[in-house]
Design a protein around this ligand. Structure first.
Ligand SMILES: *[C@@H]1O[C@H](CO)[C@@H](O)[C@H](O)[C@H]1NC(C)=O
Ligand SMILES: *[C@@H]1O[C@H](CO)[C@@H](O)[C@H](O)[C@H]1NC(C)=O
Ligand SMILES: *[C@@H]1O[C@H](CO)[C@@H](O)[C@H](O)[C@H]1NC(C)=O
Ligand SMILES: *[C@@H]1O[C@H](CO)[C@@H](O)[C@H](O)[C@H]1NC(C)=O
Ligand SMILES: *[C@@H]1O[C@H](CO)[C@@H](O)[C@H](O)[C@H]1NC(C)=O
Ligand SMILES: *[C@@H]1O[C@H](CO)[C@@H](O)[C@H](O)[C@H]1NC(C)=O
Ligand SMILES: CC(=O)N[C@H]1CO[C@H](CO)[C@@H](O)[C@@H]1O
Length: 786
């Protein structure tokens, strides 16, 4: 009896700090909360960058940082763990806590995330009888083991909110519904098992399953996408809140693909709509994408990840996206009281216009006026007041009277990111080269009859696998031969008798007698999605030699295998490893594929972001002082006639002041002499406010004002343009219109020059009188920061 009483008391104590939820929102410390969250993945930046990224997220109005947990970096070999450096999950979470934000921890452990093998360590592939993500005992055993380990690690550091820490919610599985059908009767029981396994770990905070309409109670089903305000059917039980776990701010990019630019206005519209419809948690995927350092991506995904997010690849604010969303968050937060406790109603204001109203008993009231007409602006009547609503926009009225924000009216500053070449690595005498040796069947590490699956052999420890064979050829005439390769790899480089033949299918000529055929099968990342990932096959599928008369199938020959490049095995990209091979001087006229290049460079002074411009290169991997800054594939530019990534980020912490070792492996024919070291910064900033745009924003707290600020300790050094009147153009290319106040530049210079930030109110008196009475005017300013 006594024991029961004690347990009962313990439960009460624990409950007081537990995070719970109701229909309206998550409940933290006993109170409902409206939460803005942003994804920042710890391995996609460096620990030295984390504090700044999290700080910028906080200034941008976020309450929560969301991250996945990346199983394969933490347990690369079974039972061998790594939580150091960029993989220091606990340090990352503590950094978030130190800045007073919460954490949403998506443990998965399947994460997809354009991350190699979807986050699964490759050794899982070799567990006998395993079927990933299904009602399969071996898989469930290892999944439970890893998830429990992560949960216990968080508990032992006191990181759950129930313990006073920052983690307010965790995720189990990830977008499972997309593949569930593929597992037939093994799918649904797995969902139930995963939910109950997770809940059984007693974290004191809720669990969620994104894109899983039937998430079992008490796990919350959440929405992922670009427009959850329109697409989400809602929580699957009356007691769960509406949460949006992935509102895509952009989209990941593949080599040769165009960056997906999603406008600040479009994101703001959909977030405001989701809140208007009763949502209380929105996560931006990504808020900061970062860099896919090393060999970490899924197939074909570029090294740069979500550069178009509110914080760009390097952690610089992307204007006006970052600023406009900050203004949105502030407007929504101003409406918190009625949003969380008010009665929710919707009224029609016109054919494509609605008002979502939140009226609390206390008398507080907030409204969202929606204009879903994509072609024209309208004036609507709401509570007997006329409101201008620009096309496809939502106005937020935290008091049901004054508009403090309109999703389509960007008052925030815009800016232009620019790059400056600071070092030209164009001196041949400063480069050394080492030619990768072409493998052949006699030098192979092992031989087998037939073609084997690439990942089964490499264990995904390298992107490179040599398939080699000796082919006995007798010819009567000099007929044209064609080497035909069917492959599930991403690229094949073919060699005959050590000579490079080409990439993919090529005509070849053979000697009479034995010939060495060597095929380097190359992956660019590994798969990260789909059912039965463990059954996916890569590498060579079929090799044939086609002559005029016949086709010789080489599949059943004795094949030699060599895992990885010689340079990789010797780690010649490190100071120490570089000494184990004989480097040669650079000879511009003896250029060929499959060459390692080495040089050193001094770091540019200052705090600006540093990147390598690899415009002249083909495809390969780059290391700075032994750290891989990623795979590159610039030559997609020429293959596909489309833009491919050319700038490769070097995190500051990888650099020393001088003599930085740069090593790169080039698979194609790139020219390293044209590589430049560049700095990247937001060098010009612009402000544009028009009186007519401001008319629907009535609140006194939002007087028309142009506000400008520089990044990274820079100051406004030049006012490149200023016009109060009817100027036109896009930042920073503005021009004066027919109406112009000739004091514009002087006024702005007086206020802004030499300052880190400045603001100029937009009124005729400020500019010495009205240059064109009766017309609506704008103030446009472009300034340089240095
Ligand atoms: C809950 O409130 C207490 C006391 O104000 C505070 O110390 C704690 O950090 C809060 N917990 C969370 C998860 O916000
Ligand atoms: C806006 O209109 C589009 C096209 O008719 C429709 O698909 C969408 O659901 C509408 N959104 C709202 C918020 O009414
Ligand atoms: C094939 O490779 C072997 C071993 O490296 C070498 O002895 C032989 O000369 C090569 N054959 C040709 C035709 O190059
Ligand atoms: C490739 O680029 C050229 C020049 O810009 C253009 O004329 C051509 O249409 C492009 N081809 C494709 C397939 O996009
Ligand atoms: C501004 O104009 C310059 C010169 O015409 C051009 O190179 C640059 O791309 C323009 N910038 C933008 C953002 O349009
Ligand atoms: C600006 O315009 C006013 C009126 O046209 C004129 O008196 C004044 O001299 C001008 N100032 C400058 C700096 O051009
Ligand atoms: C789930 C979801 O909302 N997906 C949408 C993501 O955004 C793209 C582009 O706007 C839509 O095509 C998808 O339907």
């Amino acid at each position: 009896m006594k024991i029961v009483v004690v347990l009962f008391m313990l439960v009460i104590v624990a409950r007081g700090r537990d995070v719970t939820y109701d229909r309206r929102s998550l409940i933290i410390n006993g109170t409902r909360r409206l939460l803005f969250s942003g994804s920042i993945h710890y391995p996609r930046s460096t620990p030295q960058m984390w504090a700044n990224l999290i700080g910028q997220a906080k200034k941008g109005g976020l309450d929560v940082i969301q991250t996945y947990v990346f199983w394969n970096i933490h347990e690369p070999l079974q039972g061998k763990f790594n939580f150091e450096g960029r993989y220091d999950l606990v340090r990352f979470i503590k950094e978030v806590r130190n800045q007073g934000l919460y954490v949403s921890l998506r443990i998965g452990p399947f994460i997809e995330s354009e991350w190699k093998y979807g986050g699964f360590p490759f050794w899982l592939h070799d567990i006998s009888g395993i079927v990933f993500r299904s009602d399969n005992e071996p898989f469930k055993f290892y999944m439970q083991k890893f998830v429990s380990m992560v949960v216990n690690m968080m508990k032992s550091e006191g990181l759950y909110a129930s313990q006073g820490g920052p983690i307010i919610i965790s995720q189990i599985e990830n977008e499972y519904q997309l593949v569930e059908g593929g597992f037939h009767e093994k799918g649904p029981p797995y969902v139930i098992w995963a939910a109950s396994m997770a809940v059984g770990l007693r974290t004191g905070v809720p669990w969620m399953m994104c894109k899983q309409d039937d998430a079992p109670d008490p796990v919350i089903n959440t929405c992922n996408g670009m427009s959850c305000g329109e697409t989400f059917a809602g929580p699957n039980s009356p007691n769960k809140p509406a949460m949006w776990t992935e509102n895509w701010t952009s989209f990941y990019q593949v080599y040769g693909g165009e960056p997906y630019r999603r406008s600040a206005e479009d994101i703001a519209f959909h977030v405001a709509l989701f809140i208007a419809k009763g949502g209380s948690f929105v996560n931006y995927y990504m808020y900061h994408g970062g860099t896919n350092l090393g060999r970490s991506t899924s197939s074909y995904v570029t090294t740069s990840y979500y550069d178009e997010a509110p914080l760009d690849e390097y952690g610089l604010k992307r204007h006006p996206k970052w600023d406009h969303l900050r203004d949105l968050h502030a407007a929504v937060k101003q409406s918190s009281q009625p949003l969380l406790w008010g009665k929710h109603t919707k009224i029609s204001l016109g054919l494509f216009q609605q008002a979502y109203i939140f009226q609390a008993n206390s008398g507080s009231c907030a409204a969202f006026l929606v204009n879903n007409d994509t072609t024209s602006k309208v004036t609507v009547q709401f509570h007997n007041v006329a409101y201008d609503l620009p096309q496809k926009s939502i106005s937020i009225l935290p008091d049901c009277k004054n508009v403090v924000f309109n999703s389509a009216t960007v008052n925030a500053q815009s800016g232009v990111r620019s790059t400056t070449a600071v070092t030209y690595l164009n001196q041949a005498k400063n480069w050394l080269t080492f030619a990768e040796k072409v493998s052949n069947v006699n030098k192979a590490s092992f031989t087998r009859s037939g073609l084997l699956d690439q990942l089964t052999i490499t264990k995904d420890t390298t992107d490179y696998l040599w398939y080699t064979v000796s082919y006995d050829y007798t010819s009567s005439d000099d007929q044209q031969l064609l080497l035909q390769v069917n492959s599930q790899a991403h690229v094949i480089h073919a060699f005959v008798n050590d000579a490079f033949i080409g990439t993919w299918i090529k005509p070849i000529s053979l000697l009479n007698g034995k010939n060495n055929i060597s095929l380097l099968s190359v992956m660019v990342g590994s798969p990260d999605a789909g059912a039965y990932l463990e059954h996916r096959i890569f590498g060579l599928q079929r090799v044939r030699i086609q002559g005029k008369m016949d086709v010789q199938d080489l599949n059943n020959q004795l094949w030699g295998y060599q895992v990885g490049l010689q340079g990789e095995q010797l780690e010649i990209y490190t100071e120490k490893g570089a000494q184990s091979v004989e480097w040669r001087t650079f000879d511009k006229f003896a250029q060929k594929p499959m060459v390692w290049y080495k040089t050193t460079f001094d770091a540019p002074p200052g705090r600006d972001t540093v990147a390598l411009n690899l415009q002249s290169m083909g495809k390969g991997e780059i290391w700075i002082n032994g750290e891989s800054i990623g795979r590159y594939w610039v030559s997609f530019l020429t293959l596909q006639n489309q833009s491919s990534q050319t700038l490769y980020h070097i995190p500051h912490s990888f650099l020393k002041p001088s003599k930085n070792l740069l090593v790169l492996f080039e698979e194609m024919n790139g020219d390293p002499l044209q590589i430049t070291l560049e700095t990247i910064s937001v060098s010009s900033v612009c402000g544009a406010v028009s009186e007519s745009n401001m008319r629907q924003i009535l609140s006194p707290i939002r007087r028309p004002k142009v506000q400008l600020y520089c990044h990274q300790g820079k100051r406004i050094s030049v006012i490149d343009f200023a016009s109060y009147g009817s100027p036109t153009g896009d930042c920073p290319n503005y021009s004066v219109g027919s109406c112009h106040s000739n004091s514009s530049k002087t006024v702005v210079e007086e206020v802004c020059l030499g300052k880190r930030r400045c603001s100029i109110s937009v009124s005729a008196s400020r500019f010495g009188g009205d240059p064109c009475p009766g017309t609506s005017k704008s103030l446009l300013v472009a300034a340089s920061c240095s």
